[in-house]
Design a protein around this ligand. Structure first.
Ligand SMILES: [Fe+2]
Length: 297
């Protein structure tokens, strides 16, 4: 079986109008909006579903509202889906909905689901080229502004899990769902890659003293400039940055984080590491540090 990516995220929200405005400002494409919810998409055909927190059709929350209610993982074949269902049925309830999507819960209590992946190739437009000394990639072509973020895809989610029992909570994804640990940080948590992907991480389980919660979703934008310009646009729309811009140590991506009215934060991310199967899992006794650099003012 191979899980290949995040297919969708479902949030239980309290202020739907604010969430609709937020994800629109973040550059997600509005697919539908109604009185009880809204759906946004990426050019790669992944979705963010917003539903009212008291919607009885939602999986139970692992933390107080507003928060994430389910992560839907995309798998690459009907056989893989069947294998996941059989594996999880060994020790937990698995239900199948009318569209063939399997629903269950992870060890922490986060809703998890599995469905056939349906990717589209995002049209990223013309690539921005860079000049350096005698390496000239851009002739006679002044740059123009991105003006606002236009994420191409949902890149990863970070979930907070309680410290107690964190080993089993992390091992569930590795042993049962075949995620591959890329960076195991023994005092923080584990960065994991889907079996069928090459990202540094699609999932980071980060342990906290005593509680579970939604930490953030990262969306991938084209490059460093778009992280900066897109972040500036978010600030102009009144959204609050939750930390200063920087470049992560693990994953190497540049980032800007904003508080999200659907819970947790959103990360505008670019230039993350890709790891193929030749990369050996790194184990760190202590966290090597949050960032390579961050903006000083
Ligand atoms: Fe992140």
């Amino acid at each position: 079986m191979a899980i290949t990516r995040i297919e969708a995220l479902t949030f239980g929200v309290l202020d739907l109008a604010a969430c609709v405005r937020f994800f629109g400002d973040a550059g997600l494409e509005r697919v539908e909006t109604g009185e009880t919810g809204a759906t946004f998409g990426t050019p790669e055909h992944q979705f963010i579903h917003l539903r009212m927190a008291d919607d009885s059709g939602l999986p139970p929350p692992a933390a107080g509202a507003p928060t994430i209610r389910e992560v839907v993982w995309g798998v690459d074949s009907a056989r893989a889906l069947e294998e996941i269902g059989a594996e999880l049925s060994k020790d937990r309830t698995v239900s199948k909905d009318s569209e063939g999507v399997l629903h269950a819960r992870d060890n922490t209590g986060f809703g998890i689901a599995f469905g056939m992946t349906a990717p589209q190739a995002a049209d990223v437009g013309s690539q921005r080229r860079y000049n350096m000394l005698h390496s000239v990639n851009r002739w006679n072509e002044p740059l123009t502004s991105y003006q606002r973020p236009r994420p191409m895809r949902l890149l990863h989610v970070t979930l907070d899990i309680p410290k107690e029992g964190h080993e089993a909570a992390i091992d569930f994804y590795i042993s049962r769902l075949r995620f591959r640990p890329i960076d195991e940080v023994l005092d923080t948590g584990t960065f994991m890659q889907c079996e069928g992907d090459v990202e540094h991480h699609n999932l980071f389980l980060c342990f906290r003293p005593d509680k579970a919660g939604f930490n953030h979703v990262a969306v991938e934008v084209r490059n460093f400039d778009e992280v900066m310009e897109g972040g500036n646009y978010m600030i102009e729309q009144g959204w609050k940055e939750s930390r200063v811009v920087g470049r992560h140590t693990l994953g190497s991506n540049v980032y800007r984080f904003f508080h999200c009215p659907a819970g947790g934060r959103i990360e505008l991310a670019a230039d993350m590491d890709r790891m193929d199967k030749s990369f050996q899992t790194r184990t760190w006794d202590k966290n090597p540090g949050h960032h390579i650099w961050s903006l000083k003012s």
